[in-house]
Design a binder for this molecule. Structure first.
Ligand code: NBP
Length: 416
């Protein structure tokens, strides 16, 4: 019997949590997974006592779906997505919908959209952000692709998405790979935000000699200012966190960062588009540099730099300069990200709603922040705004911060 509103393939962390979220919002979900035994495990454990049902096979899953059938995938990006599409298409009818919620590359999404359009299947590539918790209690969702699919998925997507006030952090982004493109830039900005926080930490620690507890307090205070955001909030928590021996755990974590690719894709896209997205580019390179630890250690023995930092000014004042430098850099990063989105829209003929994108990122996702509300307001005032720095609010903020910013950058250069 066709009883399920939607099927969801992929029972790893993201898939399971999105299914439970959909169930909470009254949708009947049919769960499926490549390793089919995980369906029974899920039904017997996490999904016990819910309305969630399972598919014994793809055929069984499809037979349980109301029409037009909606099938969402949360599987590893790449060939796994194509493999499922190939198996699904013969089981579906014209007008049915396939949604890819993984971190797929936008060009793959555009290719899949076009190939499925020829077969009459509506393909949606949706960015999903917020990690495990977001998926469970309200992610930011960035869907794009075949627009005819939107009326059929809107209620589910906007129902489960994070809300800011009453507004869902989810709206239709644009044609083809636009949803995944916007998610890619989101991830690039996330790389940038994290790099900026690391640099602020580095300056407070090595220039000002502050302890992790002191830095945690500073970050908690910053979270009450323009910097109010999820990443600053968790940075305070991370800095406070103690290992079992009572010392800060963060200092024991190896200072090398890996990457899954979306930040790199943003930088590549910026180079292709000829857009100066320098901050995200630097953040990607900083991760690359961090990962060549052996070489860094070897070099540190023969290239000592100017020696240990000696800061003789007012520490409290310097902390405020660092806060303003971080804020100004963040404004520049988001400005560059929106420049890239504008250029991509031009290149691919997408109609992007920049204020809508700021709202989608305002809640639910990793870069959620108060500041994105200001970006939304800037685009609400002028939807054709060519550059965020030309908006009165951001122009004013940069002017307020620039002296501090220049002091921090020059100090950083002087201490090596
Ligand atoms: P993973 O990215 O770890 O993928 C696990 C799922 O992919 C399982 O269902 C697995 O099936 C399936 N799979 C794999 Br692996 N190879 C497959 C193949 N060749 N054919 C078919 N299925 C295959 O799961 P996740 O961390 O939940 O992420 C899901 C998607 O969401 C990814 O694209 C990810 O990048 C994206 N994303 C993740 C996060 C996050 O915080 N984790 C946040 C935002 C977006 P199996 O059980 O049979 O091995």
């Amino acid at each position: 019997m066709a009883e399920a509103d939607i099927a969801l393939i992929g029972l790893a962390v993201m898939g399971q949590n999105l299914i439970l979220n959909m169930n909470d919002h009254g949708f009947v979900v049919c769960a499926f997974n490549r390793t089919v035994s995980k369906v029974d495990d899920f039904l017997a454990n996490e999904a016990k006592g819910t309305k969630i049902i399972g598919g014994k096979s793809l055929e069984d899953m499809v037979s349980k779906l109301k029409k037009p059938r909606r099938v969402m995938m949360l599987v590893k990006a790449g060939s796994a997505v194509d493999a499922f599409i190939d198996k699904l298409v013969p089981l579906l009818e014209k007008g049915d919908i396939i949604i890819d919620g993984g971190n797929s590359e936008y060009l793959d999404t555009t290719r899949r959209c076009k190939a499925l359009q020829e077969k009459g299947i509506l393909f949606v590539g949706s960015g999903v952000s917020g990690g495990e918790d977001g998926a469970r209690y309200g992610p930011s969702l960035m869907p794009g692709g075949a627009k005819e699919a939107w009326p059929h998925v809107k209620d589910i997507f906007q129902g489960i998405a994070a809300k800011v006030g009453n507004e869902p952090c989810c709206d239709w982004v644009g044609d083809e790979g636009a949803g995944h493109y916007v998610k890619m830039v989101h991830n690039g900005i996330e790389y940038g935000d994290m790099q900026l926080i690391c640099e602020a930490y580095h300056l407070m620690k090595d220039l000002l000699g502050m302890s992790c507890d002191e830095m945690a307090e500073v970050m908690a205070e910053w979270n009450k200012t323009e910097l109010d955001s999820f990443l600053i909030e968790i940075s305070a928590d991370i800095l406070k966190f103690k290992d079992t021996d009572g010392s800060p755990l963060v200092e024991k974590i190896r200072d090398t960062a890996g990457q899954k690719g979306t930040g790199k894709w943003t930088a590549i896209s910026a180079l292709d588009a000829g857009m100066p997205v320098t901050l995200i580019g630097e953040a990607v390179f900083a991760r690359c540099l961090s990962s060549i630890k052996d070489l860094r250690i070897e070099a540190s023995k023969v290239l000592p730099g100017p020696g240990p930092a000696k800061f003789e000014g007012d520490k409290k004042e310097m902390v405020e300069h660092i806060r303003k430098a971080l804020y100004a850099s963040k404004i520049v990063s988001y400005t560059q990200g929106f420049m890239l989105l504008r250029e991509a829209a031009k290149q691919f003929n997408w109609t992007l709603n920049y204020g809508g994108i700021a709202l989608m990122w305002r809640g639910g996702c990793i870069i959620r922040s108060r500041f994105l509300g200001n970006i939304k307001e800037a685009f609400d005032k002028n939807s054709e705004l060519s550059n965020l720095l030309l908006d009165d609010f951001f122009k004013g903020e940069i002017l307020k911060c620039q002296d501090s910013w220049r002091k921090v950058v020059s100090q950083a250069a002087l201490i090596g």
